[in-house]
Every structure is written in structure tokens, then in C-alpha cells.
Design a protein around this ligand. Structure first.
Ligand SMILES: Cc1cc2nc3c(=O)[nH]c(=O)nc-3n(C[C@H](O)[C@H](O)[C@H](O)COP(=O)(O)OP(=O)(O)OC[C@H]3O[C@@H](n4cnc5c(N)ncnc54)[C@H](O)[C@@H]3O)c2cc1C
Length: 474
């Protein structure tokens, strides 16, 4: 067996691993080996449907040292007025540049694509079969924890025979291979971001809203992208949004009440005011996208699909007849697995997870900065309380609480805090530029925020206790 000596062995070459490696490269003189079973860097983006786009601004995605996109504000389309969103192929090209223009030229990073990590510091090439044992001087970094799942590669959670046509969104984009088939009707299966992308794509391609049925097992709360812009370009909206969030957190008596308040300020959106969302996955839309989505009136809310037959769908809560020749588009993959969070720093292992709500790349870069700057493991973990990936509305409580706790801890270390504040991936990075601070309204907003935050934290604890008591009573 071949051997290799490095300081860090990083398993996975997805967005989080690369954001970690990039930050570690700039903050230390460490050597690294990056191992991934895929052929090219970028993780799940390698299998994404061609019309996928980020749902958050590109300026907050990728690695710190290399910008993604041009920091441009879109001037037309459904994202008009907001920071650009990169498309899948652009993201893949970007991660290839990160590897080839940043990581490898440093001479301190080695990359092993098409290599399966088998555990015990051993990986095997999937093409030559050769195994390599890595002598890891410092740590193994697990960049595979989220087990991102996408429709092209997941196992469908419903049965269907060959008599019905079921495709992934990738298959939908391959329709040009079947010009003889123009489906009379589309059924989009799933209530998450992928389904939203597909419905928007079909409508923009000219499909009539009545020719689409949308199966929504659970309605979702959707973040309004206008409130999730980098501070540099959008101080008042973004920080105003944070202020509304803290106010709502401080005053709400229930989780429902919390979301009602966030809906009043239009930070949280939903498809239909008659249907209360049970899902919250940080999916983000613009108001123009939502308006388009609302044109689809055939929304089927009968729970999950068990089976699809020629006559229609057998669902949790009844049968749904469907027009003959319907093309079913499977968007039911859950983007991430529902594993309990793991402590980030455990002995000689680092497990990459989110330490600020819904910010995977920024979180991975912060974990690297902490690895470089903080020698004590207990303190490292105090700075990286894992913000669990949300599933339902109540998860916004922990998402907010742990993000605030971590931020507070970073603030205790001046150098580290400065480094984190300046990160490209930090949406709050230009919070206190001279230009921002010359505006008295901005100063007043920051002061109000400083005052309300402790009340928000207190009330989050109260809301969590109430929820725990309700769970006990059930
Ligand atoms: C369609 C879609 C859109 C998204 N949009 C956004 C967005 O706009 N903003 C945002 O912040 N997040 C977004 N996300 C969330 C997304 O999950 C993260 O941004 C991020 O890409 C996850 O990266 P990762 O590195 O954790 O995982 P992955 O991309 O899954 O990478 C993990 C890698 O580990 C490799 N691997 C696993 N096991 C092994 C093994 N044993 N040996 C070797 N290699 C292994 C896999 O091959 C894979 O390449 C989106 C997700 C999806 C699915």
C-alpha cells in the first residue's frame, strides 16, 4: 500500500471542504490531502440539473479567497434588483478554479479525485484500485456529514411501473432527446427548493399553469431573498430584517406567532395563506418568483406519494387521478440527511457542519479559522455550537440561538473576530464601514439591535421550554 504524509486529510471536495481548505491554507502553513470519489471538485453540484441556480447571492457562496460571480445586481428577470445568483455550471467551473488556481498551486494541497475514503486513514482509487494509507499528522476533516441528496442520485421514496414516465429535473432538461414527446401535463413532486426551481422553469418555458400539478406534501416557509443580501449593498433591508427577526424573537408567545410576525414584515413568505407551512428548510425566493409560483392552482396536498400508476397517484391521504400521459418530475430528494449534529472538534477529527444558520460555506471557513487560531479544543467547540439544519418552523429558534452564541464567542477573541468579520463569505462583512456609519439611521439601527438581542435570547429559551413541555404532554 502506498503511504502519504500530510497535516490534514480532508474527506470530500464539496463546497464545505473547499471553503475549509481555502481558509486553512491562508491561516496556516499546513499541508493537506483532499480525497473525493467524484471526478471533479464541487460535490453535489456535479450531478445538479442544468437549470439549477443558487438561491442565495453568489457573493456569500464558495470559498473566501476567490469571488464567485461579479457582485452584480440583476437588472432583469425574477431576481431583478437583487445580487446575482450563480447557475450550476458556473459553480462547477468556479470550484474547478478554486482547486486549480488556488489550492494546488500552493504546493501544500494534493487532490485525489475518484478516490473512496474507507476509514482508518485509507483511501482507494476507484479507477486503479490502488490504496493509500495517509499518515495524518494533525487531523482528519469530514466534509461528508450532510450527505447531500439530489433527485438524480437518490432512491425514489415511491413505487411506479414502466407504464408511467418519471424523470428527475436532469431528465426534464434532457427532453430534447425525445422530441416526439410533448407531455400534455406535468406533475412536479415535492414542496422544496428543487420543486420550486422546476415549476419556475416550466412556467418560464411557456407551459400553461393549468398544465402543471404540484404535489406539496408539506407547505414550506420561504425566506424572502430581498432581506438576505450582503450588508455592503443592502444595509437597511438586511439589518432591518435582522432587527425585525430579533423583535419577533423577543416578543412572540408561540412559534406560530413568531412566523406570523415574520410574515407581516414579509421576511417569511408562503405559497398560500390558507395553508400553514410545516416545513422550514431555509429555501429562499424572490417575491417575483413567488408571484409566478402562485399561478399554479393545481396544488395537491394529500401527503406523500406511495405509488404512481397509469390512472394517477396513490397518496397518504387518498388517490389523485391524473391525465393520461402525465410526465412526473421527481423533486422529492431531501437536500440533507437528518442526522443528529456531531461535536465539531473531537480529538483528531473535525466534522464540518453549519455554525451560522443556513450558511454552509461561511461556516466551514469559520471552522478552519478557529482550527488555526484557537489551540484549546473546549474553546473551539464553545465557538462552534452546531446550528442544526432546519426541518420545521421550531428549528428557527435553535438556528438563531446557536448562531448568536457562536458570534458572541468569536467576539471574545479580537484577532479571530476581525478575521471572521472580513471574510468574503460573511454576509455582515461590511457592516461598519465608514460610509455605513456616517448614516445616523444605521447607527440607530445597530444600537436598537444591541439592546433587543438579550431579550430575544431570553424569549427563545422561554419558547423552547414551552415546546419541550408541550412535547412531554403529548
Ligand atoms: C440544489 C441545491 C441548491 C443549493 N443552493 C444553496 C445556496 O444557494 N446557498 C447555500 O448556502 N447552500 C445551498 N445548498 C446547500 C448545499 O448543500 C451546500 O451549499 C453545499 O454544497 C454542501 O456541500 P458539502 O461540501 O457539505 O456536500 P457535498 O456537495 O455533498 O460534498 C460532499 C462530497 O463528499 C464526497 N464523499 C462522500 N463520502 C465520501 C467517501 N467515503 N470517500 C470520498 N468522498 C466522499 C462526495 O462525493 C461529495 O463530493 C444547495 C443544495 C442543493 C442540493
Amino acid at each position: 500500500m502506498k503511504t502519504l504524509d500530510v497535516d490534514y486529510l480532508i474527506v470530500g471536495a464539496g463546497a464545505m471542504s473547499l471553503a475549509f481548505a481555502d481558509q486553512l491554507l491562508s491561516d496556516t502553513s499546513a499541508t493537506m490531502a483532499i480525497v473525493d470519489r467524484r471526478a471533479t471538485p464541487g460535490g453535489h453540484w456535479n450531478d445538479a440539473y442544468p437549470f439549477v441556480k443558487l438561491h442565495q447571492p453568489a457573493s456569500m457562496y464558495g470559498v473566501n479567497s476567490l469571488p464567485l460571480g461579479d457582485e452584480r445586481i440583476d437588472t432583469d428577470g425574477l431576481n431583478k434588483g437583487l445580487m446575482e445568483l450563480s447557475a450550476g455550471p458556473e459553480i462547477l467551473g468556479y470550484f474547478s478554479r478554486v482547486m486549480n488556481e488556488v489550492l494546488l498551486p500552493s504546493g501544500r494541497v494534493q487532490y485525489f479525485p475518484m478516490s473512496h475514503f474507507r476509514g482508518d486513514s485509507v483511501f482507494s482509487s476507484l479507477v486503479s484500485g490502488e490504496s493509500t494509507r495517509v499518515n495524518v499528522r494533525r487531523k482528519i476533516v469530514d466534509g461528508t456529514f450532510f450527505q447531500t441528496s439530489i433527485p438524480m442520485t437518490h432512491t425514489r421514496p415511491f413505487r411506479h411501473g414502466p407504464e408511467v414516465d418519471v424523470v428527475s429535473p436532469n431528465g426534464l432538461a434532457q427532453m430534447w432527446r425525445r422530441p416526439e414527446l410533448t407531455p400534455p401535463h406535468y406533475a412536479v413532486l415535492g414542496g422544496g427548493k428543487t420543486a420550486i426551481d422546476v415549476v419556475v422553469w416550466l412556467l418560464e418555458a411557456g407551459v400553461e399553469p393549468d398544465a402543471i400539478s404540484w404535489v406539496v406534501p408539506r407547505d414550506a416557509w420561504l425566506l424572502n431573498r430581498a432581506f438576505n443580501q450582503p450588508c455592503a449593498t443592502s444595509f437597511k433591508m438586511t439589518m432591518g430584517g435582522v432587527m425585525h427577526l430579533m423583535q419577533a424573537m423577543a416578543e412572540a408567545e408561540t412559534v406560530e406567532g413568531l412566523f406570523d410576525r415574520l410574515e407581516e414584515t414579509q421576511q417569511m413568505l408562503r405559497l398560500d395563506r390558507d395553508h400553514r407551512p410545516e416545513m422550514y428548510h431555509c429555501a429562499m425566493v424572490s417575491e417575483a418568483e413567488l408571484a409566478l409560483l402562485k399561478r399554479v392552482k393545481n396544488v395537491i396536498r394529500k401527503g406523500r406519494i406511495n405509488q404512481i400508476e397509469k390512472r394517477g397517484m396513490l397518496m397518504e391521504r387518498g388517490t389523485q387521478p391524473m391525465p393520461p400521459g402525465t410526465l412526473y418530475v421527481d423533486c422529492t430528494a431531501s437536500a440533507w440527511s437528518k442526522r443528529p449534529p456531531r461535536t465539531v472538534f473531537q480529538g483528531s477529527t473535525i466534522t464540518l457542519q453549519t455554525v451560522r444558520t443556513c450558511q454552509p460555506c461561511f461556516s466551514a471557513a469559520v471552522i478552519a479559522a478557529i482550527e488555526a487560531a484557537v489551540p484549546d479544543q473546549e474553546l473551539q467547540n464553545a465557538m462552534t455550537n452546531v446550528v442544526p439544519l432546519p426541518d420545521g418552523p421550531a428549528d428557527l429558534l435553535d438556528g438563531t440561538l446557536f448562531s448568536l452564541m457562536n458570534q458572541h464567542q468569536w467576539g471574545q477573541n479580537r484577532d479571530l473576530n476581525q478575521r471572521i468579520r472580513n471574510m468574503r463569505l460573511n454576509c455582515f462583512r461590511d457592516l461598519t464601514t465608514d460610509a455605513q456609519m456616517q448614516d445616523p439611521d444605521n447607527l440607530a439601527l445597530l444600537e436598537a439591535l444591541r439592546q433587543i438581542t438579550p431579550h430575544a435570547i431570553d424569549n427563545i429559551h422561554t419558547l423552547k421550554s414551552k415546546l419541550a413541555a408541550e412535547m412531554m404532554a403529548v
